[in-house]
Design a binder for this molecule. Structure first.
Ligand code: FES
Length: 65
């Protein structure tokens, strides 16, 4: 059985959109999991729900890169 595939979409001035259930380990070693079919990862650092994007980048006019 092969590992499930995932796809990552880079959104201009926004998050990384990941298709597929994901596990994210942050810089402190905390593990965050999501079983959703699509998740958005914060790139701007402003989300209150990190590592997930909560849309704050739009209100703040932040650029995620
Ligand atoms: S990229 Fe959306 S809140 Fe940071």
């Amino acid at each position: 059985m092969s590992a499930p595939r995932c796809a990552v979409l880079l959104c201009a001035d926004g998050p990384l959109v990941v298709r597929g259930p994901v596990t994210v380990e942050d810089e402190q070693g905390a593990v965050h999991t999501s079983e959703r079919s699509v998740v958005a990862l914060c790139r701007c650092g402003l989300s209150a729900q990190r590592p997930w994007c909560d849309g704050t980048h739009k209100r703040a006019g932040a650029s995620g890169g």
